[in-house]
Design a protein around this ligand. Structure first.
Ligand code: CAA
Length: 389
């Protein structure tokens, strides 16, 4: 069953509607049917990313000259929502590649960096990963310790990074390192590090509660030499790049939360209509109806906030507050919706034969990565207070 997403479809352009249809078809045919298997195997075959690349999903916003679809941020977000509805563990890898890494190269990269990375990234030959967090610096990202000391025409990296999505199979990594520890967050730089760089290795795969099929690992740098030409943006100005990219990323995580919620909602509606107790379908009970009404309203509100932030991004406006609002609301709503979808399923919701069990686990991370809900509150409050000055 497909419930027509309550997206303001009439407000989407022809190109945005087309990319949504293509993403929906790919999700229905290739992602939904394999999601449980990949969740249990805790792995997604690289070929699936290749298939997504052939349809343009690894380069929705890249300029056409680099092999991208040349579409705007809203088109990207509607596509990412559909991919998450099919399999959030797959979608997160695609969004990290697109909106955390490659959009940074498009915005801050040199001509040589764009030439080196974007074409291959569009084709899926190379996949990107983004690495800001460390064991000791998650929310307080500006206190990171991984050191990059300038030496001749190279930086020498020492230290480690944590919880890096795509790390096991990524071909290039956008890594945030300290180039001037005494300057704290004003001494951070962004470096593009290639897989196989001498002194660079990836650690063991993390075993997670949800999005289990996504590949999350530590990065380890031991006297790893990276040419200075791999610096993205200016030396010591990397923290602003990290935060700019997170504004983008947070809107894609909001889209992920909406996609998971939509999938859980569809399952809940179908189940409530066919499950009979006390001689009638449980959808006829008002307590079920109240849950469904809340879920539907939450999804609409989350989607509208997400599309608003994406539309602002499409216009090139800074939208830190709107991105954080979308991420905060959509991730919390998604958790509420998955909780209720599981509750409507009763005992069947607690076993793996029914996908709501996976949606419930997958939704949890949307309140944690790319900034916890607590950080989103902090960012929104800062913005609101600054506006009131
Ligand atoms: N865009 C551009 N610049 C920004 C910005 C933004 N959104 N937000 C702040 N800045 C600028 C500030 O203006 C400031 O500039 P000046 O020094 O010129 O004044 C500079 O950046 C530093 O900003 P703050 O002083 O606000 O920095 P802070 O140290 O107080 O930290 C924070 C702010 C919001 C708490 C930030 O550390 C943060 O967002 N933390 C959460 C980290 C996070 O989201 N991690 C996710 C990891 S990635 C991930 O999860 C990927 C994955 O696997 C899927």
């Amino acid at each position: 069953m497909t419930i027509e997403a309550s997206a303001p479809a009439g407000e989407l352009s022809e190109a945005q509607r087309m990319v949504r249809e293509a993403a929906r078809e790919f999700a229905e045919k290739r992602l939904k049917p394999t999601a449980r298997k990949f969740d249990e195997e805790e792995k997604i075959p690289r070929e699936l990313y290749q298939e997504a690349a052939e349809l343009g999903f690894l380069a929705v916003m890249f300029p056409e000259e680099y092999g991208g679809l040349g579409l705007d941020y809203l088109a990207y977000v509607v596509a990412m929502e559909e991919l998450a509805r099919g399999n959030a563990a797959f979608q997160v890898g695609v969004t990290v590649h697109n909106s955390l890494v490659c959009s940074g190269i498009i915005k801050f990269g040199t001509a040589q960096q764009k030439e080196k990375y974007l074409r291959k990234a569009a084709k899926g030959e190379w996949i990107g990963a983004y690495s800001l967090s460390e064991q000791g610096s998650g929310t307080d990202a500006g206190s990171l310790k991984c050191r990059a000391a300038a030496q001749g025409d190279c930086y020498v990296l020492n230290g480690s990074k944590a919880w890096v999505t795509n790390a096991g199979f990524a071909d290039f990594f956008l890594v945030f390192v300290s180039t001037a520890p005494e300057l704290k967050n004003k001494g951070i730089s962004a470096l593009l590090v290639d897989k196989g760089a001498p002194g660079f290795s990836v650690g063991k795969k993390e075993l997670k509660l949800g999005i289990k099929a996504s590949d999350t690992r530590e990065l380890i740098f031991n006297n790893c030499r990276v040419p200075k030409s791999q610096l993205l943006g200016k030396e010591n100005e990397g923290f602003k790049i990290a935060l700019t990219q997170l504004d983008n990323g947070r809107v894609s995580i909001a889209a992920q939360a909406v996609g998971i919620a939509q999938a859980a909602f569809e399952e809940a509606v179908a189940y409530a209509k066919q499950r009979r107790q006390f001689g009638k379908a449980i959808a006829e009970f008002q307590l079920t109806q109240a849950k469904l009404a809340r879920m539907a309203t939450d999804i609409d509100a989350a989607r509208l906030l997400t599309y608003r932030a994406a539309s602002l991004m499409s216009r090139g406006a800074r939208c830190t507050k709107q991105a954080s609002m979308a991420k905060l609301f959509a991730s919390q709503a998604s958790n509420r919706i998955c909780f209720d979808a599981l509750q409507i399923h009763g005992g069947n919701g607690f076993v793996r034969e029914f996908p709501v069990e996976r949606y419930f686990r997958d939704a949890r991370i949307t309140e944690i990565y790319e900034g916890t809900s607590e950080v989103q509150h902090l960012i929104i409050a800062r913005e609101v207070l600054a506006e009131a000055r």
